[in-house]
Design a protein around this ligand. Structure first.
Ligand code: SDX
Length: 373
């Protein structure tokens, strides 16, 4: 076989993007040129959503208009509520999100309407409605009626209100907002690239997002944040971390929340998310969890020299915010809908069908025996 196979497209540059830049050498990440840790410290997720789509941070007036559009689109129609409530309570929440996105595509008369304005409107609607969808799914699993979205609260506070029927302390809402900024965008990760592949066939935005949701569900990608929390709960206490890791590595298991295809010296987003997790520890007094978190990281990095990725601190942080582990990846979708759709717009604006080659290693050509008698 003469062709060099690039399994997993590792190290392959397939297109340009202006949305974000992952800089391995300095372990940094910028959205439209702004370092994410600065965005997380100085702006809100609503600001960053506007930036990712529009290329510039919003002025006060632009932000107010954007917030008004988002708040006025938070409601979902009764048929979608009934569809969500009718799904099996033990199905995976990412299947609920994927079903809801497909439904929204099915009922949107503009689903196949092309053009930047029409597609931004769809993206903004998904951004506004995904929190409502995730919140309804959370409550139905707890046997609770949905809590309607309210225009009186910002994006993050409204989500907490819909999930828990109350808004927590400001520092908790802030931690959540930081996580959304960090999860919003990350160049050609598997789910974003899935969205670009689907878009490259000139299929519609809802189909591309539904595909991206499917890719994000996987534990090697977005599903890792759920798996991190399940892993830490299985380990239980800091003094059991070493033995647990030895056993897992003996089985050649992948340790969730560690490693990354692009960052080989540590994920640039981790320090900021770790600080948010530590803030949650302070609010909730969860020192045992922090001790387990630190010990596990020290033990694993000490053995393999493989560093945490964003999912390692975000999992326990969401746990301390009160979310069910199975809702962590749907929350990731709520953030990444911004990055996914920004890449969909780029693909639409400068499209080429994405269709790589394969190197054949099957049977040589042979004659078909005739069994027709
Ligand atoms: C996200 O791409 C993005 O940008 C994704 C993301 C985003 O914002 O969109 O950052 C979000 O998906 C973060 C990653 C979440 N996934 C996990 O935490 C799952 C655990 N991580 C691994 O599965 C792994 O690190 C990957 C899949 C994330 C990356 O793997 P690569 O780049 O394909 O590297 P590899 O699997 O080839 O690993 C190289 C070596 C292997 O050892 P050998 O087989 O060569 O002996 O390192 C080992 C791996 O076994 N290794 C691990 C490991 N990660 C790598 N061993 C144990 N546990 C791990 N976590």
């Amino acid at each position: 076989m003469t062709e060099e196979i690039k399994k997993g497209l590792a190290g392959v540059v397939v297109d340009t993007t202006a949305v974000s830049k992952v800089v391995q050498e300095t372990n940094s990440l910028t959205y439209r040129g702004y370092p994410v840790q600065e965005l997380a410290a100085k702006r809100s997720f609503e600001d960053v959503a506007y930036l990712i789509w529009n290329g510039e941070l919003p002025t006060e007036a632009q932000l107010a208009e954007f917030q008004e559009r988002e708040r006025s689109q938070r409601e979902i129609d009764d048929k979608l509520v009934d569809l969500i409530l009718g799904l099996p309570k033990d199905c995976h929440p990412m299947h609920v999100v994927q079903t809801a996105v497909a439904y929204l595509g099915a009922v949107d008369p503009e689903a196949d309407t092309e053009g930047a304005e029409a597609n931004l409107a769809k993206a903004e609607r998904l951004y506004a409605q995904l929190p409502t969808i995730v919140a309804i799914d959370h409550r139905r699993r707890h046997g609770l009626d949905p809590v309607a979205p309210t225009k009186d609260l910002g994006y993050a506070a409204n989500f907490f209100k819909m999930v828990f029927d109350e808004v927590p302390a400001e520092e908790v809402v802030r931690c959540f907002d930081v996580s959304m900024i960090l999860y919003a965008e990350h160049s050609f990760n598997a789910s974003t690239f899935t969205g670009r592949v689907i878009t490259s066939t000139t299929s519609d935005l809802y189909s591309a997002v539904a595909g991206a949701v499917g890719a994000l569900k996987g534990p090697l990608h977005g599903g890792a944040n759920e798996a991190v929390m399940a892993m830490l709960e299985e380990v239980g206490t800091a003094d059991r971390a070493s033995a647990w890791i030895d056993e897992a590595l003996a089985k050649k298991a992948k340790i969730m929340g560690f490693g990354h295809r692009v960052y080989k010296n540590g994920d640039s987003r981790v320090p900021t998310m770790r600080k948010a997790f530590e803030d949650m520890v302070a609010v909730k007094g969860a020192n045992d969890l922090l001790d387990l978190y630190n010990t596990f990281e020290e033990e694993f990095v000490g053995r393999k020299g493989i560093y945490p990725n964003l999912d390692y601190p975000s999992g326990p942080a969401y746990h301390l915010m009160g979310f069910d582990t199975e809702q962590f990846t749907p929350i990731f979708v709520m953030a990444r809908i911004t990055g996914w759709t920004a890449h969909i717009f780029e693909q639409q604006a400068n499209n080429a069908l994405i269709r790589p080659l394969s190197a054949y290693d099957g049977e040589d050509q042979r004659e078909v025996p005739d069994n027709r008698g």
